[in-house]
Unconditional design. Sequence first.
Length: 133
Amino acid sequence: MSDPALEDRPTWPAMRRGAMRKCPACGKGAMFEGYLKVRDHCPSCGEALHYQRADDGPAYLTILLVSHLGAPLLLWVFLTYQPSPISMLIGFSAGAIVLCLALLPLIKGAMVGAQWARRMHGFGTEQAEATSA
């Protein structure tokens, strides 16, 4: 007696597709219009993506990951090579900026994929309404 409109959506494949910047439903259409703007609908399958509510979550996770990767590396470089403070400041600042810019779309895509798979914030309501009408 399961509703076909509410069939199980595997979370990990949807998150993987989202991290690849693809639609979590079909894995073919581009999820983002630009750097971080999520499209309203998938250009390939037409899946509604405007329900996503990633908000500040991807930014917090990105900062958490970059800082947890950077802090031990900073300590190791300082103790091993003893570079000048200005060279460490420049090097680690540039590295942190590049790593944040690289990880942010991946984490946001994965978060939108997880929301789609778990039917959060309205994902899946249009199918349930179509089958009940």
